[in-house]
Design a protein around this ligand. Structure first.
Ligand SMILES: NC(=O)c1ccc[n+]([C@@H]2O[C@H](COP(=O)([O-])OP(=O)(O)OC[C@H]3O[C@@H](n4cnc5c(N)ncnc54)[C@H](OP(=O)(O)O)[C@@H]3O)[C@@H](O)[C@H]2O)c1
Length: 253
């Protein structure tokens, strides 16, 4: 089997698994954060777990950029820059700034996320910097790149801003959960997840690539059911929780 065959099978396999994950997570919320519970085997400190789970994404894609054949391509450099903008923050800044370090994450979750992030970094990095077309300087003025970059950056701002709001909320209750209000929290319980899904839809558009599209589908399959679980938890926990607030899609769901 050639590497191209392996790449295609892996990509199609990931796409096929995404709906299964979506359905599974509607019934069983992933046991970390507020949904952590006993019975999921050995656990790891949550901050260490975050760094371990996420580090393969920025490191793997950067490595594939260096090993690839377009290190001086403006489009490839732009893709790498945007990817790293998100992932250096997610893998190294977010975990070290998070509050409530006493929580632990099951090793099973860490192992699953590691496999996912390694495979995803391989699919994205190999396609953008070796297998896919070199889109050249002109691509940076293409409406698909410009619209995708606007979506990506808009989603990133929403995601980071919403995570920061939770971090400030945690300052008042070091290991507990408050009721987030204000900004996009007026509309949805999980604007951080909404921003994340928008970001990766933007990345799929700006790279116009199948691996990035599969990643956007995966992100939605993972975060939409989790937003629902968070939303139901908020409604159970705060009796005065705003009835008009939705889980992740404003005015809809
Ligand atoms: N691309 C993907 O598929 C993917 C997958 C997972 C996560 N992510 C991103 O990673 C980030 C973190 O994800 P997450 O699942 O941990 O998000 P989360 O459940 O919203 O929690 C984010 C942080 O805020 C704390 N927190 C949550 N709700 C709070 C509240 N009501 N009061 C006080 N503190 C609160 C959490 O503490 P605890 O940890 O103690 O609950 C955690 O440190 C998000 O930006 C998310 O979009 C992306």
């Amino acid at each position: 089997m050639t590497e191209r065959h392996f790449f295609t099978y892996l990509l199609v396999g990931w796409l096929a698994v995404a709906p299964v994950i979506f359905v599974l997570l509607r019934f069983v919320s992933a046991p970390y954060g507020r949904h952590a519970r006993a019975g999921w085997g050995p656990t790891l400190d949550a901050t260490v777990a975050w760094i371990l789970m996420e580090a393969p994404a920025p490191l793997g894609v950067a490595l594939l950029f260096v090993l690839g054949n377009r290190t001086s391509s403006p489009a490839a450099i732009a893709f790498l820059t945007l990817w790293e903008l998100h992932y250096v923050h997610r893998a190294f800044v977010f975990p070290l700034r998070r509050r409530g370090g006493g929580r632990r994450t099951p090793l099973l979750i860490v192992a699953f996320a590691l496999v996912f992030n390694c495979s995803n970094a391989y699919l994205i990095g190999r396609w953008l910097f070796s297998f896919g077309p070199d889109l050249g300087l002109g691509w940076l003025a293409d409406p698909r790149f410009l619209a995708g970059a606007a979506l990506f950056l808009g989603g990133l701002v929403v995601n980071v801003h919403a995570d920061e709001a939770l971090r400030r909320l945690r300052a008042g209750e070091p290991s507990g959960y408050g009721r987030p209000d204000g900004g996009l929290y007026r509309l949805v319980s999980c604007p951080n997840y909404l921003g994340e899904v928008v970001e990766w839809c933007g990345f799929a558009l700006l790279t116009f690539s199948a691996p990035a599209l599969v990643f956007a589908v995966w992100t939605a399959a993972n975060l939409v059911p989790r937003a629902r679980s968070h939303h139901e938890w908020y409604r159970r926990t705060f009796p005065d929780y705003p009835a008009t607030r939705k889980a992740i899609i404003p005015f809809v769901w």
